[in-house]
Design a protein around this ligand. Structure first.
Ligand SMILES: Cc1cc2nc3c(=O)[nH]c(=O)nc-3n(C[C@H](O)[C@H](O)[C@H](O)COP(=O)(O)OP(=O)(O)OC[C@H]3O[C@@H](n4cnc5c(N)ncnc54)[C@H](O)[C@@H]3O)c2cc1C
Length: 531
């Protein structure tokens, strides 16, 4: 290994957080190299051709959480990124005749809800306002380093600052913060609404990437995690990146390269080199060793543990116990025509085709899907969200044809009775297509190509341990000061000059750019110590 490091920072992985971190470090004058195992940058935020002539986001598929500061600082718009808001947030086919549309303005949503419950429609503005007030608390703390348990004076100051922020809230708002961080989404929503469809529309977020019933304590936080974002300044909205999620990471790559970051693709890291308790480089899978002043991991914390095989310490047990499983299944389909829903007929593009189409009509349905998945691996009637990005983006499919993203919940990573995903992938995909076909009878025959990602495929393809889309569960024992584990919430890992910049760090998963942003700040704080 070189004795004089060529690089100040080596970043393991060029997922979006690795790229964000690289940009901030390079902007501050550091010599940075990002080492990516795959053939392209972006990790779980990529666009790929999956059927001749049909492209789509492969894993993550919709934008909201990407922080506006990251968009600004990395000049993503100047590098060509364009995000469009969905004209309608959600469409829920409920039966052959009934549906619910959410979005397109408060009054439009109230009119829809009033068809099921006039009281629920009246409560909607207050619900939005109260949820948004708590989401503001989250928005305030995401860009901050959580107080580190066992840390020094700076961590005490962080803890005091966070407590002071909560002190500015009314007692009522503080109770709501407590409830949304601890209660089940079902209990929270039951307080607000009486009708099933509206509870399903809002409760769906609580099971996205969360293998749990919407009535499991802590699921309200997962709901909150999905609403702290914004699209083009509109809080809580979700949108589409023109060109798919890969457009975000390609814009990041352009910024990184313009700042002098070296990106090496097809370059897997085998081991982190540690000397005298400090990370001082990496060994690549091809045997090459590279030296650097610090090492930053964009990989899941469990993968990081594997890269530190020879290093011992009490922390290993905590990292080993870090829980990963989101129980999600993802499929892209190429379509000859748009789905024709029985409850809202027509296969010409309408507003509902441009929304997040949720096929899970009630919280009870989601609870049953969870119970069934615990027993059988997945439910015969799974929870499916479908987006058809080609209705707002003509760069993805040939004219007149479409691509749809199917994002499905409660598909276990470890199937019961020794069953294997390699033998069941196609059967599970058929169950998903059957579920959509129950609501849109032309769907099955319109599928002309598909690409399936089981939880195991996600692990193999993207390094998402246990198929976890968030690099670790968003449960209270793995959030804020406890993410990834208590004592290492400040992006500093158990070995000196080693940092975590991926979604396993605060504030967790999603295409946010925030762990990368925050980790870079901490690295720059430490920089003078390595000189
Ligand atoms: C199916 C699915 C759907 C999702 N939907 C959404 C959504 O719609 N919206 C949203 O906001 N979020 C969504 N998410 C979550 C979001 O995509 C992830 O949380 C986020 O992309 C993770 O980014 P990251 O940079 O932290 O890590 P990753 O994207 O996982 O990047 C880590 C990188 O490290 C590389 N790597 C790992 N080990 C090594 C090694 N040893 N050597 C070199 N490289 C290595 C990997 O190849 C990878 O490129 C979804 C995720 C999935 C999987």
């Amino acid at each position: 290994m070189d004795t004089v490091p060529v690089f100040d920072a080596l970043i393991i992985g060029a997922g979006h957080n690795g790229l964000v971190c690289a940009c901030y470090l390079a902007k501050a004058g550091m010599r940075v190299c990002a080492l990516e195992r795959r053939a392209s940058v972006g990790g779980a935020a990529v666009t790929e051709e999956f059927h001749p002539g049909f492209r789509n986001s492969t894993a993550s598929y919709t934008v909201s959480l990407l922080h506006p500061k990251v968009i600004r600082d990395l000049r993503l718009a100047e590098h060509g990124l364009r995000i469009v808001e969905r004209p309608l947030a959600n469409f829920l086919p409920l039966s052959e005749r009934d549906f619910l549309r959410v979005g397109g303005g408060l009054e439009a949503t109230q009119r829809e809800i009033a068809r099921y419950s006039p009281e629920d429609a009246q409560r909607l503005p207050e619900y939005y306002a109260r949820l948004d007030a708590v989401a503001d608390v989250l928005r305030d703390i995401v860009l901050e380093t959580p107080p580190n348990v066992g840390g020094g004076a700076r961590d005490l100051f962080h803890a005091w600052r966070t407590a002071r922020r909560l002190k500015t809230l009314s007692m009522k708002a503080r109770r709501e913060v407590l409830d949304l961080f601890t209660l089940s989404a079902g209990d929270w929503l039951d307080r607000w609404f009486a009708s099933d469809p509206i509870k399903a529309a809002f409760g769906f977020d609580s099971v996205v990437g969360n293998f749990a019933s919407p009535y499991a304590p802590g699921s309200a936080y997962v709901l909150l995690h999905h609403v702290f974002g914004e699209v083009n300044g509109k809080k809580g909205a979700w949108g589409h990146a023109i060109g798919g999620m890969g457009a975000i990471t390609q814009a990041m790559r352009r910024e990184a390269e313009s700042l002098g970051v070296e990106i090496r693709l097809g370059c897997g890291v085998e081991r982190i080199v540690v000397k005298d308790g400090r990370a001082c480089g990496v060994a690549l899978q091809d045997g090459t060793e590279l030296a650097s002043r610090c090492v930053v991991s964009n990989a899941n914390p469990q993968l990081l543990l594997g890269l530190l095989r020879e290093v011992t310490g009490e922390w290993r047990e905590a990292f080993r116990n870090y829980q990963c499983e989101s129980a999600t299944f993802r499929m892209n389909v190429a379509l000859s025509e748009l789905p024709d829903f029985s409850c809202l007929p027509g296969s010409q593009a309408q507003l509902h085709h441009r929304s997040g189409i949720i096929m899970a009509p009630s919280l009870a349905f989601m609870d049953r899907a969870y119970a069934s998945a615990r027993e059988r691996g997945w439910s015969a009637e799974p929870i499916v969200e479908m987006l058809i990005p080609s209705t707002v983006d003509d760069s993805l499919a040939p004219p007149g044809r479409h691509v749809a993203s199917l994002f499905c919940q409660h598909f276990r990573y470890a199937l019961p009775a020794g069953r294997q995903w390699d033998a069941e992938r196609e059967t599970a995909a058929d169950a998903v297509i059957d579920q959509v076909t129950r609501f849109a009878p032309n769907f099955k025959s319109s599928v002309i190509g598909r690409r399936i990602l089981s939880p195991l495929d996600m692990e193999r393809e993207f390094g998402l341990v246990g198929g976890d889309i968030f690099h670790g569960k968003l449960t209270l024992n793995q959030l804020f000061s406890a993410r990834p584990v208590l004592g290492h919430a400040d992006y500093r890992m158990p070995v000196g000059s080693l940092y975590l910049c991926g979604s396993g760090a605060h504030p967790g998963g999603g295409v946010t750019g925030v762990p990368g942003h925050n980790a870079a700040r901490e690295i720059l704080r430490d920089r003078r110590r390595w000189r």
